[in-house]
Design a protein around this ligand. Structure first.
Ligand SMILES: Nc1ncnc2c1ncn2[C@@H]1O[C@H](COP(=O)(O)OP(=O)(O)OP(=O)(O)O)[C@@H](O)[C@H]1O
Length: 267
């Protein structure tokens, strides 16, 4: 299912932080949202999974304004890994993942065989099937994250909205998660700080800067040295990854960019 974000404006206590954002997350593609700290990525994603109501503009799911859907119906279509990773569940790992089945249940209905299969598969997908009986609160940050991702998978959504899904994960689990996402061929809207991961895994990127989308397109077209200097304030060369051929951003970790001296060719 495709997502269209049209002229989205979101404010906290009267302060606008998303200021007329437009973007499309195409059906079956991984769409990445990148941008510096505070540029509005989480805020934009929160409106897509209906945690926040926009001040203006719309989020369309396959052409329908998500505000017109019931919460159960929207939860069957859109599942989120929010940045707030809820640490207060007094539940086991398996119980947390089984919460993903709630949108399919009548009140007080128990689990059926499909629920059990879906939950087992979701736990296996994130490599937590051996830890299903552990208490969620006893897990490490990365383990919790994988469990919450399994909960989103168990929701069986058409669209996954993932806010920084690789935060806290060691490099192997980052690679596994991103490979899992690619393998699912499901519409995903994902914010990522790791621009190299974004360049490898995303079909299209949108760059958010001060609450507006200032560049969109395939990673190789978007992540150019002038944009990296102007928007992220870093010097970098973009080369071909020697193993995959994906764009590889080689950052200069010694010296920040001087944005005013760069030519912003992405405008
Ligand atoms: N609950 C809130 N109340 C008030 N202001 C907020 C709230 N959440 C975020 N903001 C502000 O909105 C702006 C955008 O924040 P947001 O978290 O959307 O950015 P982000 O691009 O996801 O940042 P980061 O990369 O640091 O996670 C920031 O200035 C932030 O301080």
């Amino acid at each position: 299912m495709r997502i269209d974000i049209e002229d989205l404006r979101v404010a906290y206590a009267g302060r606008t932080v998303v200021a007329g954002a437009h973007l499309v997350a195409a059906e079956g593609e991984i769409t990445g949202l990148v941008g510096p700290n505070g540029s509005g990525k989480s805020t934009l994603l929160r409106t897509v999974y209906r945690h926040l109501r926009p001040a203006a503009g719309r989020v369309l799911l396959a052409g329908t304004d998500i505000r017109e859907l019931s919460s159960a119906r929207s939860a069957r279509h859109v599942a989120a890994l929010p940045q707030e990773r809820g640490t207060d569940f007094e539940l086991t790992v398996r119980e947390v993942v089984a919460m993903g089945r709630t949108p399919y249940k009548r009140a007080f209905a128990g689990e059926d065989a499909t629920d059990r299969d879906v939950v087992a598969r979701a736990l296996a997908d994130v490599g937590m099937d051996g830890q299903a009986g552990r208490r969620f609160t006893a897990l490490s940050g990365g383990e919790r994250q994988r469990v919450l991702l399994a909960r989103a998978f168990a929701q069986g959504p058409d669209v996954l909205v993932l806010d920084e899904p690789t935060n806290h994960l060691d490099i192997r689990h980052q690679v596994e998660l991103l490979a899992l996402l690619r393998g699912r061929h499901r519409t995903a809207l994902v914010s990522l700080h790791d621009l190299n991961a974004a360049a490898s895994v995303c079909d299209r990127l949108h760059v958010l800067h001060a609450g507006t989308v200032i560049a969109s397109g395939p990673p190789r077209e978007v992540l150019t040295p002038p944009l990296l200097a102007e928007v992220f304030g870093v010097r970098a060369a973009v080369v071909d990854h020697p193993l995959t051929g994906d764009p590889l951003i080689a950052f200069d970790h010694r010296t920040p960019a001087q944005p005013k001296q760069e030519v912003p060719s992405w405008r």
